[in-house]
Design a protein around this ligand. Structure first.
Ligand code: SF4
Length: 62
């Protein structure tokens, strides 16, 4: 089955600008205020860059 990016809300402190947005080559991550980032699955190319980048393991590609 094709992998899908999931945001693990309980792993995201939701107190900062999400730095993983800057590593996404597809512009698939967006964020409202300091809330956890939201994935646009139509834009996401499932590259895993954000999942590898996030130190909190709040973005999981599986
Ligand atoms: S998996 Fe890649 S394309 Fe998808 S949101 Fe993460 S960085 Fe962007």
């Amino acid at each position: 089955m094709e992998k899908k990016l999931t945001v693990i809300l309980e792993n995201c402190p939701q107190d900062h600008k999400c730095p993983a947005m800057a590593v996404c080559p597809a512009g698939a991550l967006s964020q409202k205020d300091f809330e956890a980032p939201v994935v646009d699955h139509d834009l996401c190319i499932r590259c895993g860059k954000c999942a590898n980048f996030c130190p909190m393991k709040a973005l999981v590609l599986e």
